[in-house]
Design a protein around this ligand. Sequence first.
Ligand SMILES: *Cc1c(COP(=O)(O)O)cnc(C)c1O
Length: 410
Amino acid sequence: MQTHPRATPPGPERALATEAVHAGREDLADLGVHAVPLDLSTTYPSHDSRGEAARIDAFAATGAQPDGPPVYGRLDNPTTARFETALARLEGTEAAVAFASGMAALSACLLVRSAEGLRHVVAVRPLYGCSDHLLTGGLLGTEVTWTDPAGIADAIRPDTGLVMVETPANPTLAEIDLRAVAHSCGTVPLLADNTFATPVLQRPAAAGARIVLHSATKYLGGHGDVLGGVVACDEEFARKLRQVRFATGGVLHPLAGYLLLRGLSTLPVRMRAASATAAELAARLAADPRVGAVHYPRIGGAMIAFEVRGDPHAVIGAVRLVTPAVSLGSVDSLIQHPASISHRIVGAEDRHRGGIGDRLLRMSVGLEDVEDLWHDLDAALAAATRDVAPDPRAATDGRRTAGQVSAGGS
Ligand SMILES: *Cc1c(COP(=O)(O)O)cnc(C)c1O
């Protein structure tokens, strides 16, 4: 009989690096296997229809992860459940619920709240472009009030269902004090998108965020070959998410669940290695007269945002080692122009208000050698600034080190 790995680990709490490798896999030795079983079943045969009826009733009533053999792939999958168990352990939450993509995960969070009549969302810009678009466009019947962190308490209304922030934010890497924001939220749940930091750098639940969202497509998968999303939260909210997921069908494919669980096992080493390279590149960019503001988060990470003095499109056109592509968090470095791609769907005025300038480039630093990456960036910057007169201030106040780069994002 298939069972789900337990949500609570045996024995004392273990370090993140250990959990990354072992969480969700505790039963493997007893099963007599080393790799996680990949269960691709869409349905599960059973001669016990009374038992299945009882499991369906229990799920409909509570949204608790069904006990016993699974019934149907949209309700329950043992491989995906292992990934959920592991991610919850890494984020330090009671539960996690996986979805087909980050946007499916965010949609489910919004649907849970609006089904309770709480259609209003308070949010801080910038957010990932499609998250901004989903809220601004009101596609799910929600209404948004944009504010800065200091304005959250005043923006909350009786029908506010969520407060949403990203930190570090996509694409400016603006940082938010999660503890302070969680305090301003009062009883309204704070949803923190932790895609950029990952639990390796920051655990928003410990700072008071009730809902932690990931585009698992990025660092959790880590190899640019899986789309997925996941919400880490308390069991009460997870139950509602599972019911929405069952009803609306945004489930994660089991193969994606398998690959995401495998991705988690190398997440700490990938994050540490890529962050060290990113910090070095950010420092070199900050000292480069061809570059204006450089944004690199105080908490570190593998993302860099910087403004070029020349043509940003020419940089994208000139890179040879770095992949010119949207998305992030893969083993190879990626660069893109947010105003053209990741945040194109956000209106130009809103983009500018969120600190997303037309010369801003966003780079996701991978696991390549730092000198090879710098060589490529250096050549691309040279191509982009060939026809641009040097800024006379560049040699003095244009120089900034990564450590001085502000968290304000503008
Ligand atoms: C990519 C991304 C999303 C959306 O995730 P998908 O998996 O592409 O649906 C949400 N938030 C952030 C911060 C992202 O970078």
